[in-house]
Design a protein around this ligand. Structure first.
Ligand code: TRP
Length: 373
């Protein structure tokens, strides 16, 4: 059990910052943590990192390569103190009519995180809606956020356009960045890991913070983006891997599903049969080899170019790697899923840790705005 956790952590940080497993102890029954009390104490001086996930479906390889590995590396860095939260209110911005799916999605996401190696002792793992302070502060920040700023956020118009079959032109969607600003500032988040597509949101958060501090005094911390260099992971059709494009390989997929999905991927259209030279740089299968087949990637590239390697064999090799790379994850996830109440315990413990921080910020905000009388 321990090695499944450490394997993922080791992978995420190239083995440079392996946790000292001799110090491992069990805090939440069954979850191994490599943390000693001294780490918790010194974490007070670490840089606070915050990131959240909307619980709208199971994780796929794009999330894994783009975020989860990054979260594990951040968690393993003693100079960081990580807050990882489930943005369940944010889920309503596009899925307000599907709240019956919410409990399952939340449970599934937390299990994925834990099985991946997110350690709820080292990182604060919590759910947005467990902190009502977030809602009060969102109301207050909403009062000082100009409509024009929100209407200009590129993803607002994109979402409306991409999901035009659904009725999502609601106040909540427009206010998405306000709520996100509160998520970050209420726990004093200094660094927010973001992809290029989220930079505009964060820039808006910084403007809201500056406006608040100008109006009421220096209360809120201005967050900085932590840009990840991860290239986008392509899906079976060559577009960005995404649940809404139906082109994703899920981290929970079983062996047969992984193999079938890998077979369905498009490859270089000019490489019709073995012997034809291929162009790895435009092939989504090669992009996945680069992420998930570190030991074979050079050979795959060379033999694809010469034509010696055919696409069928190339796909089989990738599927083999994916199946074996995710086997420990799936095993561990199954073990964790068999424990009733585990997710609820983790979230309750995380809320206990996040709440005093959120409360202190909200009190400072109320005081600054003269709502403390
Ligand atoms: N926008 C993120 C997503 O689409 C979720 C999120 C909500 C978030 N609040 C955040 C991310 C604060 C980082 C920081 O999944």
């Amino acid at each position: 059990m321990r090695c499944a956790v450490s394997r993922w952590v080791a992978r995420a940080c190239d083995g440079r910052c392996l946790p000292d497993l001799d110090r491992a102890r069990v805090i939440i029954p069954g979850i191994v943590t490599s943390l000693a009390q001294s780490d918790l104490d010194s974490a007070a001086h670490a840089t606070r990192v915050l990131t959240g996930y909307r619980p709208t479906g199971p994780l796929h390889l794009g999330h894994w390569a783009g975020n989860v590995e990054n979260m594990l590396a951040l968690q393993a860095d003693p100079a960081r103190e990580c807050f990882f939260f489930i943005a369940d209110w944010h889920m309503l911005t596009t899925h307000y009519d599907r709240t019956d799916e919410l409990p399952g999605f939340v449970e599934g996401l937390v299990l994925d995180w834990l099985a991946a190696g997110i350690d709820p002792e080292r990182s604060v793992v919590y759910r947005q809606s467990d902190l009502p302070e977030v809602a009060e502060m969102a109301l207050l920040l909403g009062m000082i956020t100009p409509l024009g700023w929100l209407e200009r956020v590129p993803s607002f118009k994109e979402r409306l356009r991409d999901m035009d079959e659904r009725d999502i032109a609601n106040l909540g969607l427009l206010g998405y960045p306000v709520l996100q600003t509160v998520d970050i500032t209420i726990v004093g988040g200094e660094l927010v890991p973001v992809g290029e597509d989220q930079v505009a949101h964060l820039e808006l958060s910084r403007e809201i913070v500056r406006r608040f501090n100008r109006l009421y005094g220096d209360v809120l911390v201005e967050p900085q983006p932590l840009l990840s260099a991860t290239p986008l992971v392509p899906g079976s059709d060559g577009r960005k891997m995404s649940k809404s494009f139906d082109n994703a390989i899920g981290v929970r997929d079983d062996e047969d599903t992984i193999r079938a999905k890998v077979r369905s991927f498009v490859t270089d259209p000019q490489k019709v049969r073995r012997g034809d030279p291929g162009r790895p740089e435009i092939c989504p299968i090669f992009a996945l080899h680069e992420r998930f087949s570190p030991d074979d990637v050079d050979r795959v590239e060379a033999t694809c170019r010469t034509g010696e390697l055919g696409c069928v064999d190339c796909k089989t090799l990738l599927a083999d790697h994916l199946v074996s790379a995710f086997a420990p994850f799936r095993e561990r996830r199954a073990e964790l899923a068999a424990r009733p109440g585990l997710v609820a315990d983790v979230l309750a413990a995380g809320a206990e840790r996040a709440r005093p921080v959120a409360r202190a910020t909200l009190e400072a905000v109320r005081r600054a705005m003269h709502f403390d009388g």
